[in-house]
Design a binder for this molecule. Structure first.
Ligand SMILES: Nc1ncnc2c1ncn2[C@@H]1O[C@H](COP(=O)(O)OP(=O)(O)O)[C@@H](O)[C@H]1O
Ligand SMILES: [Mg+2]
Length: 296
C-alpha cells in the first residue's frame, strides 16, 4: 500500500479521541523526550549578529487571543496541548541524529488541499508553540504569496520578503527578516505582489533560496505557510526541499480524492504528517482536533 492510500485509510478510520490516538502513536514510534530535544546549541555569534539586522516588530498578542490563536502566555487549553504534541514529534524529527536523521528535517511545510482549511492557523500556532521552547529559534516564512496572512494574523506590518529575495539576487535574505517581541521568533514576510509570483516561486531560484535557508539556519525550525497544494505548484516545489510536511485536513470538508491528489503532489517529501483541523471530536466542543499520522 502506498503512502497516500495509507494516509487516506487512516483518515477514514478516524474516530474516538484523535488526540489520544495521536499520543499513542507517538508513544509507540518514539520515546518521549524527557525535556526539550537536544537540538540547538547556543545561538552562534554570526547568527546573533544576523538577528540584530533588519526591523524589529511587535506582535499584537491581544488581537491574536481574540482570534483564538496561541500566544506565549496562553492558558493551558486543549488546543495548546494538542499543538504541544504535534510540536514534540516534529522537533524530534527536525533534529534527529544518526540513522534517524532527516535531510532538512528542520524545514517544515504547512499545506493543505485548498484555501481556508487552516494552514495559517496551524503554522502560526505551531510557531508560537515552538517559540515557547527556550532553546529553539523559529523562522516563520509566509510562502502563501496569493493569500499572505501570517503578518496580518500577528498584527505586524509587512515589508520585503520571500518574493523579493527570490526575484533579486542582490538582496540578502537576512535583510528581509523581522525580529519580534518574542526573542526566538523571526518572520520572513511574503514580500511584494509580483505578476510573476507563481512562476518565480516555482522557479529553480526558489529551491536555491530554500536550500540557503537550510544551510544558514540549521539550528532553527523553519515553518513555511504555503499555498494549497491543489491551487499552486509552489507547495510541490517547496516539498522537494523541506524535510517534513504538516498537511492540514479540514474535518468534514476535505474530500478524499482531493486529499489523495494533493498528497501525491507533495509526495517527494518522505515525512508527511496529517493534522485534522476544526474537528468536533475534540474534548469540550473545541473546534480543534488532531489526527497525527506518519506517512512513512
Ligand atoms: N481550529 C480552528 N479553530 C478556530 N478557527 C480556525 C481554526 N482553523 C482555522 N480557523 C479560522 O478559519 C479561517 C481560515 O483559516 P486559515 O488558517 O486562514 O486557512 P488557510 O491558511 O488554509 O487559507 C481563519 O479565520 C482561521 O482563523
Ligand atoms: Mg493562509
Amino acid at each position: 500500500m502506498d503512502l497516500i492510500e495509507r494516509a487516506a485509510q487512516k483518515m477514514k478510520k478516524a474516530g474516538g479521541s484523535l488526540v489520544e490516538r495521536a499520543a499513542e502513536k507517538m508513544a509507540q514510534s518514539q520515546p518521549a523526550p524527557a525535556s526539550a530535544p537536544e537540538t540547538k546549541a547556543a545561538v552562534s555569534a554570526p547568527e546573533a549578529r544576523e538577528n540584530r539586522r533588519g526591523r524589529r516588530v511587535n506582535i499584537n498578542f491581544e488581537a491574536m487571543k481574540a482570534d483564538n490563536y496561541l500566544t506565549p502566555d496562553s492558558e493551558p487549553t486543549t488546543m495548546a496541548e494538542e499543538f504541544r504534541l504535534v510540536k514534540r514529534s516534529l522537533l524530534l524529527n527536525a533534529f534527529a541524529k544518526g540513522e534517524g536523521a532527516i535531510r532538512n528535517g528542520n524545514l517544515i511545510l504547512v499545506t493543505s488541499t485548498q484555501p481556508g482549511e487552516g494552514k495559517t492557523f496551524c503554522a502560526v500556532n505551531l510557531a508560537m508553540s515552538i517559540a515557547t521552547e527556550r532553546d529553539v529559534t523559529v523562522l516563520l516564512v509566509d510562502a502563501d504569496t496569493h493569500k499572505p496572512e501570517v503578518l496580518k494574523t500577528l498584527g505586524v506590518e509587512g515589508g520585503r520578503g520571500l518574493v523579493d529575495v527570490v526575484a533579486d539576487q542582490n538582496l540578502d535574505l537576512s535583510d528581509c527578516l523581522l525580529r519580534t517581541n518574542i526573542d526566538n521568533l523571526v518572520l520572513l514576510p511574503a514580500g511584494r505582489q509580483h505578476n510573476l509570483t507563481t512562476e518565480l516561486l516555482a522557479s529553480e531560484r526558489m529551491g536555491v533560496i530554500v536550500e540557503e535557508i537550510a544551510k544558514r539556519y540549521p539550528d532553527r525550525v523553519v515553518i513555511f505557510d504555503s499555498p494549497p497544494a491543489l491551487a499552486s505548484s509552489v507547495a510541490s516545489v517547496l516539498a522537494l526541499h523541506v524535510g517534513q510536511i504538516l498537511f492540514v485536513v479540514e474535518a468534514e470538508r476535505t474530500r478524499e480524492p482531493q486529499l489523495k491528489e494533493a498528497l501525491s503532489l507533495v509526495s517527494s517529501c518522505q515525512h508527511i504528517n496529517l493534522l485534522l483541523n476544526k474537528s468536533r471530536f475534540s474534548a469540550g466542543e473545541k473546534k480543534f482536533g488532531t489526527y497525527y499520522g506518519y506517512g512513512t
